[in-house]
Write a protein that binds this ligand. Structure first.
Ligand code: PLP
Length: 409
């Protein structure tokens, strides 16, 4: 088949899902706009601040508008949060106390957290006497029976940890209904535990956020969905005000919390990024569906199910061998607006156990709301494709791969 025919066939099959993605984007755009109106955002909130940042109106307004857009009581949003991993770590280390146990109900947390959870002598949660237990998903679904058993036999559970997106696993992301069901099951068993959600890649993929489904706290990165491709850095936590206060104390200083912190470059990009986020996320979702359908026509297996609305912006493509996987990453890199001439190679990235290959030619370094692809070099050689500021860009990149495979269009 020719490249153009493959893409046309994929787009035809995607029509119904694209319509639903558009409807979700419209819903979320309204939600975000209403948040801006409710918080009476004005130009002075974009201004730079310096030094301690006392009475920084931009910082306060940014927290408020994110809380409103996420349907949460409170939020801390900051350029000082260096990554999604940092946001998650802040939530864990801010909320938990020595002797407490975290129970993950979605298996092993995302790779980059392993140092923070179990590192020895590096200031990890483990060093501070915080234990981590996990219950794996069963066939990609929350295993309520095993969770019930784990709760019964594990003393001192202070936090339930849920990872919404698939991470480096071949599974569907959880839906917000899955998260609601988990909250409803766990709350009566552990009324005082904090239910925390790693919300990376999940923001604005559906009509609700975990904080609206009963989760106490959720965390994510601004160089993924909620930064709209415009935020230059940063992360957030959103949820119950009592937890946000603890997280702010960990971010800065106990007792000062959210009263300090400046940003000399000004906050405009974070506000504008949030405003763009519903649309940008929809572009990435459509790109993911297109990539999935095209790769399946080419005979590869992909995840999530191409017949359903994706619940995160990741498209996993299983190659089964290193050569095809590397070639795919090379083609994505070659279709990047920045560093298109660079050849990505596998390397030992900080925070990851296996070698990782990353294709990214992004305006914001490492931004995975921009079209990017990464893969740990391990069986079964799965590439994780994500992002795309525009649907058109994803389409051009996929066409580049198809053409390289001999589908001349
Ligand atoms: C990206 C991601 C993280 C970590 O975020 P970084 O910004 O890369 O540190 C954590 N969890 C999930 C599910 C992610 O996708």
């Amino acid at each position: 088949m020719h490249t153009n025919d493959i893409i046309a066939a994929a787009e035809k099959r995607a029509a119904r899902i694209f319509k639903e993605i558009d409807d979700i984007a419209l819903f979320n755009q309204k939600k975000v706009l209403d948040a801006f109106k409710k918080c009476r955002i004005e130009a002075r909130h974009f201004y730079q601040s310096t030094g301690y940042g006392y009475d920084d109106a931009g910082r306060a307004a940014l927290n408020a508008v994110f809380a409103a857009a996420f349907g949460s009581e409170s939020a801390v949003v900051s350029p000082l949060i260096a990554s999604g991993t940092h946001a998650i770590y802040l939530a864990l280390s801010g909320i938990l106390r020595p002797g407490g146990t975290v129970l993950s109900i979605t298996g092993k947390p995302y790779d980059t957290l392993s140092g923070a959870i179990k590192g020895a002598g590096n200031g990890s949660l483990h060093d501070f006497g915080i234990k981590f237990r996990e219950v794996s998903l069963k066939a990609g679904k929350i295993d309520f029976t095993a969770i019930g058993r784990a709760i019964k036999k594990t003393p001192g559970i202070k936090m339930i940890y849920i990872q919404r997106s698939c991470g480096y696993e071949l599974r569907q992301a959880l839906s917000t209904d899955d998260i609601r069901a988990a909250v409803n099951f766990i709350r009566p068993l552990l009324p005082d535990a904090c239910i925390a959600v790693d919300n990376c890649y999940g923001e604005f993929t559906g009509r609700e956020e975990p904080a609206e489904c009963g989760a106490d706290i959720m965390m994510g990165s601004l160089i993924k969905n909620p930064g709209g491709g415009i935020a230059p850095c940063g992360g957030y936590a959103a949820g119950k005000a009592e937890y946000i206060r603890l997280i702010e104390n960990r971010l800065t200083v106990p007792g000062m919390g959210g009263e300090i912190g400046s940003y000399a470059a000004g906050y405009r990009a974070f506000f504008q990024g949030l405003f763009m986020a519903p649309h940008t996320t929809a572009q990435a979702l459509k790109g993911s569906v297109l990539a999935g359908l095209c790769m399946e026509i080419m005979g590869f297996t992909t995840s999530p199910d191409v017949k359903k609305i994706p619940r995160d912006i990741i498209r996993a493509v299983k190659f089964g061998n290193k050569k095809d996987l590397v070639e795919f990453c090379e083609k994505i890199q070659a279709a990047s607006p920045v560093d298109s001439f660079v050849t990505p190679v596998p390397w030992a990235m900080p925070g990851y156990d296996d070698q990782v290959i990353m294709a990214a030619g992004a305006f914001v370094q490492g931004a995975s709301i921009e079209l990017s692809c990464d893969a740990p070099i391990r069986e079964p050689y799965v590439a994780y494709l994500q992002g795309g500021l525009t649907y058109e860009h994803v389409k051009i990149a996929i066409a580049g791969f198809l053409e390289g495979r001999g589908s001349h269009g």
